[in-house]
Design a protein around this ligand. Structure first.
Ligand code: ZN
Length: 346
């Protein structure tokens, strides 16, 4: 603060110094209404003449208001910090300066991993034990990997579902982790190739309880000599039984993906009712878990692998959906909601 009148300016400085030096009680006493401090200030009015009198009066009142306000603030701070005997952090957000019992989050709560991260770690550890290597997908990719390498040329109708957001540079946030298939195969060069590829995927979705615009997918790629459909079904079944920690029945039904041939939808017996029918499986006894299929020869060729010599299979499943099924979560959007009451359950 700056005052034109020198006497007021000095009084102001004196208060500022005292407010740092004195205890709150002493400060309140020294600067209460009718104190020597204020008596001295107002006593000087009679020595001032003309226009300056008005200005002096105005500044004296401004200073008095300032002091009153400042003392009230100090009083408030002292009450808050006495309440919880805690250090007050004026820069802290939300309710952190409340005493601890009033806080939303108990201070002794240890941080936990998001359920998706927890389950992701379990999934990857199962696949590692099964002999798969792990590589991470990327959050931006190009048209070549996202479409061309997967047998989805320009103008292909499958682009409509996955052709979502584009950056100005012509990159796309992947709509599926299959965007990594070509890289995974080239990375190893020569079969046997066994990769599991977790990654974030993005869709242009109107979100609801079972659809989210951002979610995790886990891709699998397996290429070797004499690979059969039976190998694929056995591999996926083994993984899912380890994940749900129980025996499961499986079946497949036809589907369509441009990068596999034949393509199928992998289904498991409902882990909750064991095919007798319940709410979770919508009384069908079965659950659709993932898309999978034999890798299209074009996709192998595009990765420099001779389809006459080698064959392989691939799958992709949504981690979020699997975690929802396993834990009975009703709304996929809760994973990213930041709702502590939800997250603390895991
Ligand atoms: Zn069921």
């Amino acid at each position: 603060m700056e005052f034109k009148n020198q006497a007021i300016q000095e009084a102001y400085k004196q208060f500022e110094t005292d407010s740092l030096k004195l205890s709150l009680e002493d400060l309140k006493h020294a600067y209460k209404k009718g104190s020597t401090f204020f008596k001295d200030i107002y006593a000087q009015i009679k020595n001032i003449t003309g226009d300056q009198k008005k200005e002096y009066g105005y500044e004296a009142n401004t200073l008095a208001n300032y002091i009153e306000e400042k003392i009230n603030q100090l009083q408030l701070l002292s009450e808050v910090s006495n309440k919880g005997k805690e250090y007050l952090d004026p820069t802290a957000p939300f309710d952190l300066n409340e005493n601890s019992s009033a806080r939303l989050v108990p201070t002794d709560l240890e941080g936990t991993k998001n359920p998706l991260t927890q389950e992701m770690e379990k999934v990857l550890s199962i696949f590692k034990r099964m002999g798969f290597d792990i590589i991470e997908s990327r959050q931006l990719d190009d048209d070549y990997h996202m479409f061309e390498t997967l047998n989805i040329p320009k103008g292909h109708p499958a682009r409509d579902i996955w052709d979502t957001f584009w950056t100005q540079e012509g990159l796309i946030p992947p709509a599926h982790t299959s965007t990594m298939q070509n890289r995974a195969m080239r990375l190893k060069g020569k079969p046997p190739i066994r990769y599991v590829i977790p990654g974030r995927c993005y869709r242009n979705e109107a979100t609801d309880a079972s659809h989210e615009h951002t979610f995790y997918q886990i891709e699998g790629v397996y290429v070797d000599k004499n690979i059969s459909l039976g190998d694929m079904l056995g591999t996926i079944k083994t993984y899912l039984e380890a994940f749900f920690e129980m025996d499961l029945d499986i079946k497949v039904q036809p589907a369509y993906f441009p990068f596999t041939e034949p393509d199928m939808e992998f289904m498991i017996s409902c882990p909750f009712c064991r095919k007798t029918g319940c709410k979770v499986c919508k009384y069908s006894g079965w659950m659709e878990i993932m898309g999978c299929g034999v890798i299209n020869p074009f996709v192998l060729q595009e990765a420099g692998i001779d389809p006459k010599e080698y064959s392989g299979f691939a799958w992709g499943f949504g981690l979020d959906r699997l975690v929802m099924i396993k834990n009975g979560v009703q709304d996929i959007r809760r994973f990213h909601s930041g709702d502590l009451n939800f997250l603390k359950q895991f």
